[in-house]
Design a protein around this ligand. Structure first.
Ligand code: SF4
Ligand code: F3S
Ligand code: FES
Length: 233
């Protein structure tokens, strides 16, 4: 089938503003949008710039706005979006070139919530053991691949880019509710600040955007409750 694809392009070294470029590509219904982009880059315009790595929904590097929704290009099939496809870079992050955005502001927020195990007790000579139930408490938020689809779909983030954003809160949740970790109160204090969890207005765009189907709003709600009660069980 012939697929028409419109791509929002911008090269800050030579373009004064972004513009739409249109391409027609032969594609199979089971091809992914990423395959279409690769085909354009390989056979029509080698200057088209986009980021991708694993091509299997694991690395989180090819989140884009596809037909108005934040999606991983390697997980969206042509048959699911039809013959007219519109692709744009993620909103709210600076465009480096074409579909590639600067992820540094996103990762700065990720680093701000201390995304690592904090435990000053001397490690045992084997692993720090944990029950199956305790591991299940934060299992869902371990699935985050840091693709930024959630944060860049959030109207609260668009309105105020100092909001820490849902991805950082999901990552904080992963450690706050881990019973081997001792840094929960430090993270809760960080997230109680003015650019923390209270900027979430429960809009749910993040849940719709997440390729890992994480119930982000519920995770944010649990962090809010833990701030109010101090309880991280
Ligand atoms: Fe991506 Fe989901 Fe993680 Fe957000 S929570 S960064 S949408 S995987
Ligand atoms: Fe934004 Fe998700 Fe909250 S879209 S407002 S972080 S529920
Ligand atoms: Fe790795 Fe799509 S290329 S998630």
């Amino acid at each position: 089938m012939k697929v028409k694809i419109k791509i929002r392009r911008f090269n800050p070294e030579k373009d004064r503003k972004p513009y739409w470029a249109e391409y027609t590509v032969d594609a199979e219904p089971a091809d992914r949008v990423l395959d279409v982009l690769v085909q354009i880059k390989g056979y029509q315009d080698g200057s088209l710039t986009f980021r991708r790595s694993c091509a299997h929904g694991i690395c989180g590097s090819d989140a884009l706005v596809i037909n108005g929704r934040n999606r991983l290009a390697c997980k969206v099939l042509v048959r699911d979006v039809g013959k007219d496809i519109v692709v744009e870079p993620l909103r709210g992050l600076p465009v480096i070139k074409d579909l590639t955005v600067d992820m540094e502001p996103f990762f700065r927020k990720y680093r701000s919530i201390l995304p690592f195990l904090i435990n000053d007790e001397p490690p045992p000579h084997i692993e720090r053991l944990q029950t199956i139930e305790a591991r299940a408490r934060f299992d869902e938020t371990t699935k985050c691949i840091l693709c930024a689809a959630c944060t860049t779909s959030c109207p609260s983030f668009w309105a105020n880019d100092s909001y820490v954003g849902p991805a950082a809160i999901v990552q904080a949740h992963r450690f706050i509710f881990d019973d081997r970790d001792q840094g929960a109160q430090v993270r809760l204090a960080l997230l109680a600040e003015s650019d923390g969890v209270w900027r979430c207005r429960t809009i749910y765009n993040c849940v719709e955007a997440c390729p890992r189907e994480i119930d982000i709003t519920r995770a944010i709600g649990e962090v809010k409750k833990a701030i109010l009660t101090g309880d991280v069980d």
